[in-house]
Design a binder for this molecule. Structure first.
Ligand code: GLN
Length: 190
């Protein structure tokens, strides 16, 4: 199975290391041609406004939407989750709209500028370690969206069909749980 990581900006290297640990040699995606043949694509954290600019410049916007429509699995972390959401606030900005979510950027304020927390997850027993860096808040989840992890009573990891969105950075911990779930989703579709 071929897994890509969007490598225009942000912490794509950390995702590559985590996937390599799980036995997957990922392909960095910077052009439309590099999407060919992928079963799954990671949209990493970084700065969503910068991502938007580069996605437009590289002509990747519509091809990524088509990739999702044709059954490709997506994992978006932090800025990546912002790109995937249907609606983005604070301020409002364009997004791919591939997950039925409303997210509020930088919503924790300085209090959660960069912090490690723990929260319950459906993916396994025991709390999940979560690294938040200028994270968005998921303000609304659509009726078809499954909440897979919470922190302080808020959804922080969700699944909408073949799309996984995390407001934290699972690639910055030692715990492969989220990436394992993503690979399973890409392989089996659930
Ligand atoms: N604050 C960034 C944004 O709004 C996201 C931060 C991150 O990905 N760690 O795009």
């Amino acid at each position: 199975m071929k897994v890509g990581i969007l490598a225009l900006q942000g912490d794509f290297e950390a995702h590559a290391k985590m996937l390599a640990r799980l036995g997957v040699e990922p392909r960095f995606v910077r052009t439309v041609a590099e999407l060919t043949g992928l079963a799954a694509l990671v949209l990493p954290g970084g700065e969503s406004t910068t991502h938007l600019k580069f996605l437009r410049e590289e002509g990747l916007w519509d091809p990524i939407r088509q990739f999702a429509e044709s059954g490709g699995a997506l994992l978006g972390t932090c800025a990546g989750a912002i790109l995937l959401a249907r609606e983005v606030k604070n301020p409002s900005q364009e997004s791919l709209g591939l997950a039925d979510l409303t997210v509020v950027r930088n919503a924790y304020g300085r209090q959660l500028a960069s912090e490690i927390r723990f929260g319950p997850t459906k993916l396994r027993a025991g709390p999940l370690q979560m690294v938040f860096i200028r994270a968005p808040i998921i303000e609304r989840v659509g009726p078809g969206v499954e909440v897979l992890a919470e922190c302080d009573g808020r959804p922080v990891l969700v699944r909408d069909g073949r799309v996984l969105a995390a407001t934290f950075h699972p690639e910055l911990t030692d715990d492969p749980t989220v990436h394992e779930a993503f690979l399973k989703l890409a392989r089996n579709g659930s």
